[in-house]
Design a protein around this ligand. Sequence first.
Ligand SMILES: Cc1cc2nc3c(=O)[nH]c(=O)nc-3n(C[C@H](O)[C@H](O)[C@H](O)COP(=O)(O)OP(=O)(O)OC[C@H]3O[C@@H](n4cnc5c(N)ncnc54)[C@H](O)[C@@H]3O)c2cc1C
Ligand SMILES: NC(=O)c1ccc[n+]([C@@H]2O[C@H](COP(=O)([O-])OP(=O)(O)OC[C@H]3O[C@@H](n4cnc5c(N)ncnc54)[C@H](O)[C@@H]3O)[C@@H](O)[C@H]2O)c1
Length: 467
Amino acid sequence: MELYDIVVIGAGSGGITSAVTAVGFGKKVLLIDKNKPGGECTWSGCVPSKALIHEAAKIHNARSFIKDFAYDSKEAMDHVHNVRETIYSHENPEALSKLGIEYLQGEASFKDSHTIMVGEREIRGKKIIISTGSSPFVPPIEGLDSVPYLTNESIFELERLPENLIILGGGPIGIELAQAVSRLGSKVHVVEMMETLIFREEAEFSKAIAELLTEEGVSLHLGARATRVTTRGEKVVLAYEKEGRESLVEADTLLIAIGRKANTEGLGLVNAGIQYGKKGIQINAKLQTSQSHIYAIGDVVGPYQFSHMANVQGILATQNAILPLKRKIKYNNIAWVTFTSPEIARAGMTEAEARESRSDNIRVYEYDFNQLDRAMTGGETREKMKVILDRRGRVLGLSVMAHRAGEMIGEAQLLRSQNLNFSRMASVIHPYPTYSEVFTKIGKRVMVDNLLNHPLVKIFRKKNPNE
Ligand SMILES: Cc1cc2nc3c(=O)[nH]c(=O)nc-3n(C[C@H](O)[C@H](O)[C@H](O)COP(=O)(O)OP(=O)(O)OC[C@H]3O[C@@H](n4cnc5c(N)ncnc54)[C@H](O)[C@@H]3O)c2cc1C
Ligand SMILES: NC(=O)c1ccc[n+]([C@@H]2O[C@H](COP(=O)([O-])OP(=O)(O)OC[C@H]3O[C@@H](n4cnc5c(N)ncnc54)[C@H](O)[C@@H]3O)[C@@H](O)[C@H]2O)c1
């Protein structure tokens, strides 16, 4: 029996971060994965999708000059595969070993709450961290089990993209890939049961991205509930129901992107007495499972399924496993980006969420980038920032749709995490012409409003209505 201070199951974003943190504390660490290290982010998530999006943007630009610009999607897929390998070279078993992490390839399963089996090997961990991630949720749609379909686990393995593709699901996976695959020359249909794409975002941003995708040639079937799948010759036919009527959509293949299911199967959680349900492993705010020496992080617990969230949870769970003082996770400063072009970034609440939780006790500022010189230089008209503040001027939420939105959201995160008043932005110098100037512009409006809202100013203005 081998004994480790910390055993981590799953070498994805969360697991690798946990292992690196634990060796930083001088602990003896074993990291186990049934596949190569890297997890979803490296092999079938963030990395390949962003590499594909990068290639798609290049071809989209080329086609703005030469309409019939010839391109073989094999080049894009080669790029995707190369990028994955480059990133893997920083997290392969040799790289992990140099960091002091022992890596074991194999499927892990609990024998009891302190013992993990990997094949015949019996491993004991004083503390254990589970980071087994999630898998694509495949719905029980009639006929789906008898047609070939793609998920995020198989699409990036292709040598070439299909000539036409149906994407089931208009969430972040669905729309990032819809735009990229369409820009690379395929005909794409998106079938989404809600009336909008990325329904969790600000409504006007969801609408704007739907309009843009339609302009780019993606066919959107919104408010459409998939009912059955059949084949016609080599083609896949998806039937959906909308307003009581059935419609059919046909393509070479189908990509399923309608959400995730937690990877709890085969882990022997019952043997260890770990409680779990449909949404994944149950944890407390300190990230402990029902066995207090076993922690769980990342997609297998949620509530936010992002790489950066798995990292944050990974660091906290490891610190809690090692240090006597245990801290609670806080999700109030979460942010994310949907990497369409333009990007849509979000920090905190939408306007609707803020109104629901704070009634109308909020201040909303909007800025259309068609008034912003930098955006004008690129002829951009749809871009926009929306800021939701509390009465005093602190940020409750900020959403931005712009080509640099993913980078811009960092500034909002700084304000939020430091609990700063948005008016502080009024005096921050942003070089001209940049997208980030919008922070100064909104900051100045907030500063003036803060002043006008000051009780003394209000009394003065009441007494001197003409001042
Ligand atoms: C197409 C796509 C694009 C995405 N883009 C982004 C993005 O741009 N930004 C972002 O933040 N997030 C993105 N995500 C989400 C992100 O990939 C996940 O949130 C993140 O990878 C979760 O990390 P994790 O450590 O929880 O799990 P994973 O990275 O999935 O790692 C889990 C690991 O556990 C292993 N494992 C499972 N069971 C066992 C077992 N019994 N024994 C041993 N090993 C096991 C698996 O092999 C896997 O390697 C994207 C997801 C998809 C699908
Ligand atoms: N840029 C990023 O950070 C990024 C990118 C991709 C994925 N992700 C992560 O991966 C997670 C999963 O993404 P996702 O897009 O698969 O899931 P999702 O849950 O975010 O979106 C799925 C969509 O499918 C729709 N849907 C569900 N069932 C359907 C049905 N039967 N027919 C038609 N439509 C249906 C839903 O209404 C929803 O709009 C995300 O929540 C996110 O955490 C992040």
